[in-house]
Design a protein around this ligand. Structure first.
Ligand SMILES: C[S@@+](CC[C@H](N)C(=O)[O-])C[C@H]1O[C@@H](n2cnc3c(N)ncnc32)[C@H](O)[C@@H]1O
Length: 242
């Protein structure tokens, strides 16, 4: 048995959280901070429309980024360091990133531009709006790295990991595909494990504590991770679509 405690937030987690879309709670904070630089605004105006995931209609990763051996979704990419770093390392894969914070989108666009990445598509908005428009079994990997923690129990319904999103992860992943969730907030770690371990179609890959306590070999450190804002060391939960 893993040394992962399940806290008192279990009380909330037993209730149903399947909400109709119009009642969906917001999972993110601000969507804009400082004014974009002229260069960033230029990239938002010129580059983003060329590499944007459409805001309506079906989202087919293989159609958006054709000719790739694999397709990867990163939810809440922040400044895009992990997304663009992975995309630069794996030119044979297509990367879809979703982030509602425009300053983060602008940073990611700068990296896409500077590295001339052809295999990245971006969406400024809520990842749930994109995921619900994706067909079954269209992704090889999903990353949810250091999601907004909403550490207080009364905010737990705002956490991105819920029963509904867990079943969407399972729906979108191909058999053998993987989901990685990382956090440095203990309440979120407990919450995510509680939800994801009971999700049909997802199997936690950890066999020993060292499998989730240390960063996986293919992990690229994120900007948020370096800030050490959480209350525990980062943990990494890898789930397999079975
Ligand atoms: C704590 S930050 C971490 C950012 C990045 N993953 C990192 O590790 O540096 C969480 C990010 O998730 C984004 N986010 C929250 N809810 C989201 C949602 N429903 N869809 C997409 N992104 C979301 C936030 O805007 C924020 O940028």
């Amino acid at each position: 048995m893993m040394a992962v405690s399940l806290g008192k937030n279990l009380i909330w987690q037993t209730s149903s959280n399947r909400l109709p879309e119009e009642k969906r709670l917001r999972t993110f904070g601000r969507t804009k901070s400082r004014t974009l630089s002229d260069r960033q605004q230029g990239l938002v105006d010129d580059l983003l429309p060329r590499i944007a995931i459409p805001s309506t209609g079906p989202v087919r990763p293989a159609g958006l980024i054709p000719g790739k051996a694999a397709h990867v979704l990163e939810i809440g990419f922040g400044g895009g360091e992990h997304l663009t770093g992975q995309a630069a390392r794996h030119a044979d894969a297509g990367y879809l990133g979703v982030e509602p914070f425009i300053n983060g989108v602008a940073k990611a666009l700068t990296q896409v531009d500077e590295a001339s990445l052809e295999n990245v598509r971006l969406f400024e908005g809520d990842a749930r709006d994109v995921m619900e428009r994706m067909p079954d079994a269209c992704l090889d990997r999903i990353f949810l790295l250091f999601p907004d923690p909403w550490p207080k129990l009364r905010h737990a319904k705002r956490r991105f990991v819920q029963d509904e999103t867990a079943s969407t992860f399972a729906r979108l992943l191909k058999p053998g595909g993987t989901l990685r969730v990382a956090t440095d907030v203990k309440a979120y770690a407990d919450h995510a494990l509680w939800i994801l371990r009971r999700a049909p179609g997802l199997k936690w890959q950890a066999a020993r504590a060292s499998d989730w306590r240390g960063a996986p070999a293919d992990h690229l450190t994120t900007r948020y991770e370096t800030k050490n804002l959480g209350d525990c060391a980062p943990v990494f939960f890898d789930f397999l679509r079975v």
